[in-house]
Each structure stands twice: as C-alpha cells, then as structure tokens.
Design a protein around this ligand. Structure first.
Ligand SMILES: Nc1nc2c(c(=O)[nH]1)N[C@H]1C(S)=C(S)[C@@H](COP(=O)(O)O)O[C@H]1N2
Ligand SMILES: [Mo]
Length: 201
C-alpha cells in the first residue's frame, strides 16, 4: 500500500492569534523580572510624563485613579515564547496622560522607566491611538506586585518586555535611546507579528 507522507498525522491546529514562534501559556502567567519585586504602596507611587512636552506633569495614585478609565481585553506576547490569550487589564489610556502634557511636534520616541530602574524604549506612535495603558487591574483585581503592581505600562501589541512594571514615568525624546533589554541585544521596536526579537531581526 502506498501511504503518502504527510497524510497520516492529525492536522496541526494553528491558533491564528499566535504570532510566529510563540506558544499558548494557557492559564499560566510567568513572572519575568530582571529586578527584585518592590513593594510600592499606592501612596508612594507616582507617574510622570516629561521630556519633549508642553507641560510636564506628575500624577499621584489618587489623581491617576480619578482619570477616565479604559480597559484592554486581548492577548499578550513575551519574547521568551509564551503568549497569553484573553487577558483583561484595567487602567487609563496613555492618550489621556498625553492630552494633559501635550507632546511637542519634535517628540518621536519615548523611554519608559520604572520605580526600580528598568527602562524600555518605544516609538511614540506605539504609545498613542488607544494602544497603550497605565494598568492597575488584572481580571478585575488589583495588579499583583510581581506583575508590576501597583501599576505598570501595558503595550500589548509589542513584546511584553516593553510593558514596564512598577511604571514611574515616560520621557519623550526626538531620538531613539535603547532601554535595558535593547542595550542587551533586543529589538528597538519588538513587534511579535514580525518576530522582531533581537536587534537586526
Ligand atoms: N520594571 C520592570 N519591568 C519589566 C521587566 C523588568 O524586569 N522590570 N521585565 C519585562 C519583561 S522581559 C517581561 S516579559 C514582562 C513580564 O511581565 P510579567 O512578569 O507580568 O509576566 O515585564 C517586563 N517589564
Ligand atoms: Mo520578556
């Protein structure tokens, strides 16, 4: 009997929501930190936007929480290979913060920095248009400290290392300035759909 190779196995089910080279982590949410998890009380947390803006501003916890809320429901993708489907984050859209500080026309890039020293660089365009949040809720619960609580940056359309935990501020620049992982060989932009894992990908 002739068996044509390739017709004997079960068809491989490929999830269309899974970017190339990623796997579905299911209910797991791995913790990935280059830093020891800090315990930051909401009263000690603040978020600043400065650099190339008309009016640099700092929000304390209560002030940030009083802004109009915005939620993300969708997927996240880590460069180490896991993706997580159907997660829900609550917080405030970065657009709301940018409306208050008014980025200058010369601003093209951003560096996000944490209360612990971690940094990540991003094109400003990836932080606007309803695609980036300051998030303090996960599945309706306060964001856990190991996942960046009290609040983290959330940029779900890029690899998750851009989503700076324990977010302290964003500085707008007229040039790209590599952050922590980007200085260590990771991609300036990190689009999972184009598999921009490492510098030069
Ligand atoms: N401040 C800070 N933010 C960070 C990191 C970090 O080490 N410090 N790690 C990044 C990396 S590599 C990833 S994949 C995600 C992991 O988020 P999680 O631990 O909530 O899964 O956070 C990102 N944000
Ligand atoms: Mo990561």
């Amino acid at each position: 009997m002739n068996v044509t190779r390739g017709f004997t196995g079960r068809p491989r089910v490929v999830n269309p929501g899974l970017p190339p080279g990623q796997y579905d982590a299911g209910d797991d949410w791995p913790v990935l930190s280059a830093e020891v998890t800090p315990r930051i009380a909401p009263a000690d947390w603040s978020f600043r936007v400065d650099g190339l803006v008309e009016r640099p501003l700092t929000w304390r916890w209560d002030e940030a929480r009083a802004l109009p809320g915005s939620a993300y429901a969708g997927d996240i993708h880590c460069v180490t290979g896991w993706s997580k489907f159907g997660v829900r984050f609550g917080g405030v859209s970065l657009d709301t913060f940018f409306e208050a500080v008014r980025p200058r026309a010369t601003a093209t890039h951003a560096v996000a920095y944490s209360h612990t020293g971690y940094t990540a660089n991003l094109p400003l365009a990836d932080l606007t248009g309803g695609r980036a949040w300051i998030a303090w809720e996960f599945d309706g619960e306060p964001l856990a400290p190991e996942h960046g609580g009290p609040a983290r940056l959330l940029v779900p359309h890029l690899y998750f290392w851009k989503s700076t935990k324990w977010i302290a501020g964003i500085t707008l620049l007229d040039h790209d300035e590599p952050g922590f992982w980007e200085q260590n060989g990771y991609h300036e932009r990190g689009n999972p759909w184009e598999e921009q894992r490492y510098s030069g990908d």
